[in-house]
Ligand binder design. Structure first.
Ligand code: HEC
Length: 193
């Protein structure tokens, strides 16, 4: 009798430790998601401001050259703190550097599936703890819907001047052909604890 009682107490303690561990893991993941949300928000706010200023100064065609510089510059700056990597990506890209890796492709396809099931893209997230080259990491992808500003360069019908400016740097139609409120791409963040 006493033995069974002791076993039950032990089992209870073990279950408690396990649950606390799981809850701790869930809390750590929530914190990582919150951190990624802030980074994604700041990055996109800064990129959008840069694009708006550039369009104000030189029209959408002039802003193409600004975006070409601003995207890699922002990626490099947001990836400066140790343990953080930030990147813009899409299933179709102008810049081949932005093409998705296997995990990002899965995430972008997941956004398309959820969109097909009626979800609104703004705010959709895909995240997962992973192991990268033997190191624990946390990966996060946030959907970037095509807004009216984005259409000027990523839309289906581009002004001839914008097309010409894009042709100066990129082959093919890559990042254009998107429709309003449909998926343009995603912002991808990797955190190394
Ligand atoms: C003035 C033109 C312009 C506008 C407006 C614009 N972009 Fe871009 N975007 C670019 C250029 C140019 C690149 C390629 C940058 C590079 O070479 O890395 C790019 C790249 C991207 C990429 C990476 C995939 C790729 O095609 O290389 C994403 C995602 C993206 N833009 C999203 C957006 C979103 C979302 C908006 C609206 C908020 C937007 N862009 C507005 C010009 C523009």
């Amino acid at each position: 009798m006493r033995k069974t009682g002791l076993m039950m107490v032990l089992a209870g303690v073990l279950a408690g430790i396990l649950l606390a561990g799981l809850a701790g893991g869930a809390r750590a993941e929530e914190r990582q998601i919150l951190r990624c949300r802030v980074l994604a928000h700041d990055f996109m706010a800064e990129l959008t401001r840069t694009i708006q200023d550039a369009i104000h100064d030189g029209g959408p065609a002039g802003a193409v050259a600004v975006c070409r510089r601003a995207v890699p510059e922002l990626e490099a700056r947001y990836s400066l703190p140790p343990g953080i990597e930030v990147k813009l990506t899409a299933l179709q890209c102008w810049d081949p550097h932005n093409l998705p890796d296997g995990w990002e492709k899965k995430g972008l396809e997941n956004f398309l599936e959820r969109r097909q099931q009626g979800a609104i893209l703004a705010g959709l997230e895909y995240s997962e703890p992973v192991v990268l080259e033997g190191k624990r990491a946390f990966r996060y992808l946030r959907a970037l819907p095509t807004g009216s500003l984005c259409l000027k360069c990523h839309g289906e019908r581009l002004a001839p001047k914008v097309k010409k400016a894009l042709r100066r740097y990129y082959f093919g139609s890559g990042g254009s052909g998107c429709r309003l409120a449909e998926l343009r791409g995603g912002i991808s963040i990797t955190l190394y604890p």
